[in-house]
Design a protein around this ligand. Structure first.
Ligand SMILES: Cc1cc2nc3c(=O)[nH]c(=O)nc-3n(C[C@H](O)[C@H](O)[C@H](O)COP(=O)(O)OP(=O)(O)OC[C@H]3O[C@@H](n4cnc5c(N)ncnc54)[C@H](O)[C@@H]3O)c2cc1C
Length: 1003
């Protein structure tokens, strides 16, 4: 097959994007499974006609095809040597919600949560909800026959637990170009279609013949359990099931047809939900009680064992406080739905009252926040169990087997014994109400004996689950992980029926070949495998991943693709606006892996492809906290760039902004003159062009006096610092551009009783250096900081840092760059944000009241590396009515938003959620404050604490505070106020483009 010719022809015919380059092929070479196959190329179709055109050309060239949604499959069904058709970027609309008939029409790339949001407006929902609901697509769910926590509800309210049971009709196309709308088919209709002939008539005729031939075998061999996902869904063709061709195609993993549109069946969405957790002596006893609990018709019934809590602790996750979960070592989370909270609470209470023995404890969670915390424990399972320090990595492979719920306890006991016999470990959790068990297992997928053992285990586990009348897969599908085991579950005749079924749709065998039918073995195409030998690399950071260092860090990504979500949180800003895999954390991690593998991507640290993919990483570190396995792309980016640029010149902006501390020091000699260059229209344009800064951005103005100068020249307070000495960190930004912020912090700290000092030398933490990979210099600067501050550090003096990204350097980068340096560890532990210091060491201090309403935008690195807890608590102590925004990113990310090449994307990121939220808040904030609009203000958090001078003077002399007409701070901060914990949002307003119509009055 001539891939170049095919690419050229596709480019001419397809309106969407056609990518056959190494980077795109590397990006799509794996899903979330253990498997990897580099595709021929990637097409991102704009619409159905692009899909049809792609298929027609692939047919001409004999190229296999593979449709892809979120790419979160776990059994290898979403990677192949094929032309990948990525439906997620453009073909993702909810086309119609028909509330009366409870139907929804969607395009295949629609994200499940988008459908659910649209349906919820009509009081409806789509029942099966995989844990990947924020990023998985309906096309992928149909491909895999997905299920989820609320499959239990779907089974009670609708026709069944799986996606198949909740699909009414599909618009599909075959490899040979036949387009069909399929659904339930009456016998008359079937006869009519067959009589009409053509490709459609032929398909229906052959399907009917297949049904007749295998009907008895199907009835005999298919287990009657809620979670039978393995094998093709042939029971849907039986007369008692209405010859439902659409449902027969659900779960075929793109081995038969490509879905162009789906009509989904919706169910009622309960208005209220209540959670009750039952504690048992162990997970097995918990499982034994499932049938009795299901009698109560919950909407969700999940189980988990105590090993999960152990692993959570081991990876440093905050396990639930012991008061949160009821006593026990195995738990069932039972959720009830109702028309009102009273109704759902009532059902939960009834369950608890009816429990006769077995459970050691039970707890109902009337508070939504508490129940959210409990759900978070269950949802953290993957993150908690994938990478445990000091232990081997864990993998999918036997991650979703299912048995009749009544036999779950017995199955779990035997499965534990089997794991032990093979020398494996695994935590049990999952959808116990429907007998489905999740566990990631510490398979060795790199050495030949390890791989042999993996295969032997799969064979034994398949025998075990079949002996319980269960299914190899209870929700993730067969792909190639389970395909070779299908004969154990279905017998040779039905496996032959699968082959015939596929042949009816795809006689040439070009749809996702080698998966489900006539499949590769479970040990072919392994992502690691014995051939994976990443080079030994010298790195700047200590990756704390055992001996394997950076290569193991790169393996952190488990592929769940949470970085592809579009709502909530900050991860991943560049994906949210581009919807491009390469601009997601997962995509970048995949490319780094491919770089280490060195086949598709060559050039190692000098790889242009990797540099390009990392270019739009804002280094916000959101992935470090929001990714379930804490992939830290900002660190990997800094590491990569440091090697990439070794011996090469960096772009101009790197020298202009990465070394800003040097320019700022020069400017401090004559700030007026520096401002002539940066603020006078013509000169400023030239300065920006020289520095690689976008013309639409304004440069910040240098202060007339730096903070250090003002601090040195000020009158010392009478307050002698009864709470002890602190060092205030004069970061470059506040020192040179906004000294008033740091001066405000001094005032606040002194008023609270601290003796404030600043370092005697000019120091900078070097934060901007990381964005450009200047790591050698960063290490030297950290060394200088340690040398200068050594005495203070060893004396235990707290170092108060105002700028969260600078605090993050001390907390995060410093110990990873200087591992084993005790002073580095001490400084890391002694670093406080202003709010942290005041909350922990001055919790009894009474701040002046600053009533008002404020929006708070947390700094991304603060949320990732530190927390917002102290910040919020402190601002509330001031009497502020806070609205803490969960509206993503301002797009500035240090210097990112200033750079010429990043300007457009930066504005798009800011405008995606945060700035509209800020604008929207205007009317609200004003009406609640009851004041006329006076413009907005942006304030740094420590300015909030600034006491009126008179107040401070009164404290010094011990005289009563003066009478005031307005509450303290009111004159400074007329509402509405936008508070951010750091400079970035402020910078956005200062550096805003004329097209971003947010009014900003200034500090
Ligand atoms: C951490 C984690 C947790 C998970 N939890 C669950 C869970 O709770 N329940 C569950 O069921 N699954 C779960 N999964 C598996 C996976 O997320 C789901 O199966 C999901 O529905 C797949 O959707 P996707 O859009 O990512 O599909 P993809 O992986 O992109 O595709 C899935 C299959 O569908 C095919 N396909 C995609 N689009 C089309 C189309 N238009 N036409 C025909 N075929 C198509 C693909 O070729 C592939 O074979 C989990 C995965 C991970 C990594």
């Amino acid at each position: 097959m001539d891939a170049r010719q095919l690419e050229a022809r596709l480019r001419r015919s397809v309106r969407g994007e056609v990518r056959f380059d190494a980077r795109s092929r590397a990006l799509y070479s794996t899903d979330a499974s253990n498997y990897r196959q580099v595709p021929i190329g990637v097409v991102v179709p704009r619409d159905v006609s692009d899909v049809l055109e792609t298929l027609a050309l692939c047919r001409q060239f004999g190229a296999p095809v593979l449709a892809r949604g979120g790419g979160t499959s776990l059994a290898g069904q979403c990677c192949n040597v094929a032309v990948v058709i990525d439906m997620s970027k453009y073909m993702n609309r909810v086309l119609e919600i028909d509330a009366a008939r409870r139907l929804a029409r969607v395009e295949p790339g629609t994200i499940l949560d988008d459908l659910r949001r649209a349906a919820e407006k009509q009081g409806l929902t789509f029942g099966p909800d995989p844990a990947s609901h924020r990023q998985c697509t309906l096309g992928g769910m149909i491909g895999n026959d997905s299920c989820g926590v609320h499959s239990v509800m779907a089974a009670f309210e609708g026709e069944g637990a799986r996606t198949a049971d909740n699909i009414a009709a599909l618009d599909v196309v075959t490899y040979d170009g036949a387009r069909l709308t399929v659904g339930k088919t009456s016998e008359e209709e079937l006869a009519r279609i067959v009589a009409e002939g053509g490709r459609r008539g032929q398909i229906y005729r052959d399907l009917a013949a297949l049904r007749d031939k295998y009907a008895e075998k199907i009835r005999e061999k298919y287990p009657d359990i809620p979670r039978r996902v393995s094998g093709y869904n042939l029971p849907a063709l039986l007369p008692e099931n209405g010859f439902h061709v659409a449902r027969a195609l659900v779960g075929t993993e793109n081995t038969c047809v490509t879905v162009l549109e789906a009509t989904a069946q919706l169910i009622a969405n309960p208005r209220a939900r209540s959670l009750v957790v039952l504690g048992f002596p162990d997970v097995y006893a918990a499982a034994d009680h499932v049938p009795a609990i299901m009698e109560h018709r919950p909407i969700g019934l999940e189980g988990m064992d105590d090993r999960l809590l152990r692993d959570m602790k081991a990876v440093g996750m905050q396990p639930p406080d012991s008061m949160l979960l009821p006593r026990g070592s195995g738990w069932l989370l039972v959720e009830f739905g109702g028309a009102s909270k009273e109704d759902s609470d009532g059902k939960a209470r009834l369950l608890v009252e009816s429990l006769s023995g077995g459970a050691v404890d039970a707890k109902l969670y009337p508070d939504a926040k508490e129940s959210e915390q409990v759900w978070r424990v269950r949802e953290s399972a993957l993150g908690a169990t994938a990478h445990i320090p000091g232990k081997p990595l864990t993998w999918e492979g036997w991650e979703d087997s299912a048995v009749p719920p009544a036999k779950l306890g017995g199955y779990l006991r035997d499965l534990r014994r089997l794991l032990e016999a093979h020398g494996y470990e695994g935590v049990f959790y999952g959808h116990f109400g429907q007998g489905c068990v999740h566990t990631r297992i510490d398979f060795d997928l790199q050495t030949p004996p390890g791989i042999e053992r993996f295969r032997a285990f799969l064979s034994d586990a398949a025998d075990l689950v079949v002996s319980f009348g269960g299914s190899l897969s209870g929700e993730h599908g067969d792909g190639q992980a389970r395909a070779e085991l299908l004969p154990k579950m279905f017998g040779p005749e039905l496996v032959e029926a699968f082959r015939e079924f596929k042949r009816i749709w795809d006689p040439e065998g070009r749809m996702n070949p080698g998966k489900v039918v006539d499949a590769y073995s479970s040990t072919d195409n392994l992502r690691l495998g014995p051939a994976y030998r990443p080079p030994a690399l010298e790195t700047h950071f200590d990756y704390r991943e055992g001996d394997a260092g950076f290569p193991r860090a790169v393996l952190r990504c488990v592929g769940v693709g949470k970085c592809r979500k579009l709502e909530g949180g900050a991860m991943c800003p560049s994906f949210m606006v581009t919807r491009e895999e390469e601009h997601s954390t997962r995509g970048r991690a995949r490319l780094l892996f491919e770089m280490l593998r060195g086949e598709t991507l060559r050039g190692g640290w000098k790889s242009q492809e990797v540099r390009r993919a990392l270019d739009l990483c804002l280094a916000c570190k959101a992935c470090k906290s929001e990714c379930p396995v804490n992939v830290d792309m900002a660190t990997y980016k800094a590491e990569f760039l440091s090697h990439y640029y070794r011996g090469r010149l960096r772009p101009r902006s790197a020298y202009a902004m990465g070394l800003v501390f040097r320019w700022a020091r020069l400017a401090a000699a004559a700030p007026g003159l520096a401002n002539v260059f940066t603020q006078t229209p013509g000169l400023s344009s030239a300065a920006r062009a020289l520095a690689g800064i976008a013309g639409a951005r304004r440069l910040p103005r240098f202060a007339r006096r730096t903070f250090r100068e003002s601090f040195a020249g000020r009158q010392r307070p009478l307050n002698h610092g009864s709470r002890g000495r602190v060092l205030l960190w004069p970061d470059t930004f506040n020192n040179h551009f906004h000294p008033e912020t740091a001066l405000a912090a001094v005032e606040a700290l002194e008023a609270a009783g601290f003796d404030v000092a600043v370092p005697r030398e000019r120091l900078c933490c070097g934060r901007p250096l990381y964005d450009y990979g200047f790591l050698d210099l960063a290490v030297r600067m950290l060394g200088r900081i340690l040398a200068t501050l050594r005495d203070e550090i060893r004396r235990g003096t707290p170092v108060v840092v105002l700028e969260p990204s600078c605090a993050a350097v001390f907390r995060d980068e410093l110990p990873a760059l200087l591992p084993g340096d005790e002073d580095a560890s001490r400084l890391s532990a002694q670093t406080f944000l202003l709010s942290e210091l005041l909350e922990t060491k001055a919790s009894d201090f009474r701040f002046p009241a600053v009533p008002g309403k404020a929006l708070v935008q947390g700094h991304c690195q603060q949320k990732a590396v530190l927390t917002m807890d102290a910040e919020e608590s402190l601002l509330r102590r001031l009497g502020l009515d806070l609205e803490v925004l969960d509206a993503g990113c301002c797009g500035m990310a240090g210097s990112f938003g200033f750079e010429k090449d990043h300007y457009d994307i930066s504005v798009k990121i800011g405008e995606r959620a945060l700035l509209p939220a800020v604008r929207r808040a205007d009317a609200d904030t004003l009406s609640s404050a009851g004041r006329p609009p006076r413009g907005r203000r942006h304030a740094h958090h420590c300015q909030r604490l600034l006491l009126p001078r008179a107040d401070l003077a009164a404290r010094r002399t011990g005289s009563p505070p003066p009478r005031r007409r307005a509450p303290p701070g009111a004159s400074l901060f007329s509402p509405p106020v936008i508070l951010s914990t750091a400079k970035d949002l402020g910078l956005f307003f200062e550096a805003r483009s004329p097209s971003a119509p947010v009014r900003y009055v200034g500090r």
